[in-house]
Structure formats: structure tokens, C-alpha cells
Design a protein around this ligand. Structure first.
Ligand code: COA
Length: 247
């Protein structure tokens, strides 16, 4: 499915979002020129969350991520960014509040270090995950978080540490994006489903032992937002186009 992805983070205003399209916006979080305007977009809850950060850099990045999220979503629903209201799903997945009970667009946000991604789709659940590569014990962490099949696939790369690192972050972001798309988070654990992680193999949900139809129900894409980051997108099938945009 990875070949449905088009465009390379184009800086352009909101293009039309078709019923089977997904738009993914890349948001730099250390852009000082926008910091003040983003603060004015936030509601009381977001401001309360922002001021709880101990470190300035984390507060600024939170404000940038949530200010940009509001600006992006406003462009799809023909409203002012400050007029948007959010609700939380059963496991905390945020959604736009809509009087009809059918939000006009669904979205998901991910942030890591100085970058965020916002995925937007029309009337279909979407999940996105972004991770900046960091020095961790890949094989050890995989033993804790990955399924037996994923661990085998990662161990098969052990002859080349750089492939282990790439495979680890590919799998991590794909797993997270799937958990975020379904909205379950880690409530059902992490071992009941398998994602492809081998270099050169397209991103794909191989199987979910809780949902026999999952592999056809969900489309998975690898994204390449910047050097040193891995990212993945999961959205309910079918998908015609994944458009990558830049604020
Ligand atoms: C939110 C969660 C689903 C992902 O968190 P994360 O990867 O640390 O952070 P991300 O930046 O990708 O995503 C955070 C955003 O997701 C959204 N979010 C929160 N709960 C969510 C949920 N249940 N489903 C989807 N999105 C959610 C929010 O917009 C949140 O942003 P905010 O905190 O600024 O409001 C987290 O609760 C979680 O389950 N983490 C799993 C950690 C783990 O063990 N992963 C192992 C992977 S192999």
C-alpha cells in the first residue's frame, strides 16, 4: 500500500480532502516566529497543560504543536482555529466536537523532539506516529514491546546494527500508529499484532490476532519526515492518496 503516498512535504494551502484521501502535515516545533500567535489560539485546557511543562523548550513545542493543529484543522472545517472544541474517546483519543455527532474530519497528532505530524482524513479513523531516533537498546526493547514474529524479523538483521536501528524504529512507529488509529492505545497490549519491519519491505499490518479482518481493514504507510526520524500512518482502507504537506 505504500505506493499511494505522493508528494514530498509541499508547502501549500489546504487542498481539497477527498473521501479516500489522507493529508499529513509536517510541523516544525522550534519556529520562534509563530510561537506568540500559536499561544493565542489555545483554549484554557491547552494553556493549563502548556504551563505545567517544567522546561521552556517542552512548553514551546507543546504550544506550537497544538496551535498548528488548530490552524490546520480550521482550514478543513471552515471555522476559526479558536472556535474548535475537542472531545476525548474512551481511551483518550482526541476528536473534533461536532453537534451532529459526526465530526467533519478525523485527525491524529504525533510529536517527537522538534517536529510534529498531523494526519487528517474524512470520516475515517487515522493514526500517525513519529519518533526521533535515539540511542536505545533496540533488541532489548523489542523483547519487551514487539510480538514474537517482529522480534524474529529484527534479530534476522542483527549482523548490521544500522539495519536493526532502522527496523526497530520502523516497527515502533508502525505499531504506535496502528494503536493510535484504532484509538485503543496500549490498553490491549502490543503483542497481539505484527507489522512488517524489514528494510525494503513495504509498511504493512501483517495480522492482528484480535481482529481477523484487520490487515484488509487498515492501510499502513511509512513516512519519511526528516533525517533521523521514523514515522508511520495508519488509516481505514481504502486509501486513494496520501498527500504530504508542510506548514
Ligand atoms: C498517546 C499514546 C497512544 C501515544 O503516545 P506517544 O507515542 O508517546 O506520543 P505521540 O506524540 O505520538 O502522540 C501523542 C498525541 O496522541 C493523541 N492521543 C492521545 N491519546 C490517544 C489515543 N488513545 N489514541 C490516539 N491518539 C491519542 C494526542 O493528540 C496526543 O497529543 P498531546 O499529548 O499533545 O495531546 C500513548 O498513550 C501510548 O499508548 N503510548 C504507548 C507507548 C509504548 O509503550 N509504545 C510501544 C510501541 S511498540
Amino acid at each position: 500500500m505504500a505506493d499511494a503516498s505522493t508528494g514530498r512535504w509541499q508547502p501549500r494551502p489546504h487542498p481539497p480532502l477527498g473521501a479516500h484521501d489522507v493529508h499529513v502535515w509536517r510541523v516544525p516545533l522550534d519556529d520562534a516566529s509563530r510561537a506568540e500567535s500559536y499561544w493565542t489560539l489555545l483554549d484554557d485546557d491547552e494553556r493549563k497543560r502548556a504551563v505545567r511543562f517544567v522546561r521552556d523548550v517542552h512548553r514551546r513545542r507543546f504550544i506550537a504543536a497544538h496551535g498548528a493543529l488548530r490552524s490546520i484543522l480550521a482550514g478543513y472545517v471552515d471555522a476559526e482555529p479558536t472556535a474548535l472544541a475537542f472531545v476525548s474517546g474512551e481511551h483518550g483519543k482526541p476528536a473534533l466536537r461536532d453537534a451532529t455527532g459526526h465530526p467533519p474530519v478525523e485527525f491524529n497528532l504525533s510529536h517527537s523532539d522538534d517536529l510534529a505530524l498531523v494526519a487528517v482524513a474524512r470520516a475515517r479513523p487515522v493514526g500517525v506516529d513519529l519518533e526521533r531516533w535515539s540511542e536505545v537498546e533496540h533488541l532489548e526493547l523489542a523483547e519487551r514491546f514487539f510480538s514474537p514474529g517482529e522480534r524474529r524479523a529484527l534479530r534476522a538483521l542483527a549482523h548490521a546494527p544500522d539495519l536493526v536501528e532502522a527496523g526497530f524504529f520502523a516497527a515502533w512507529t508502525r505499531k504506535e500508529a496502528y494503536l493510535k488509529a484504532t484509538g485503543h492505545g496500549i490498553t490491549r497490549g502490543l503483542h497481539h499484532f505484527d507489522v512488517a519491519l524489514a528494510p525494503g519491505e513495504p509498511a504493512r499490518l501483517i495480522a492482528d490476532r484480535f481482529d481477523a479482518q484487520a490487515a484488509v481493514r487498515w492501510a499502513m504507510f511509512a513516512l519519511d519526515p526528516a533525517p533521523g526520524y521514523s514515522a508511520a500512518l495508519v488509516v481505514a482502507s481504502p486509501v486513494t492518496e496520501v498527500l504530504q504537506l508542510s506548514v
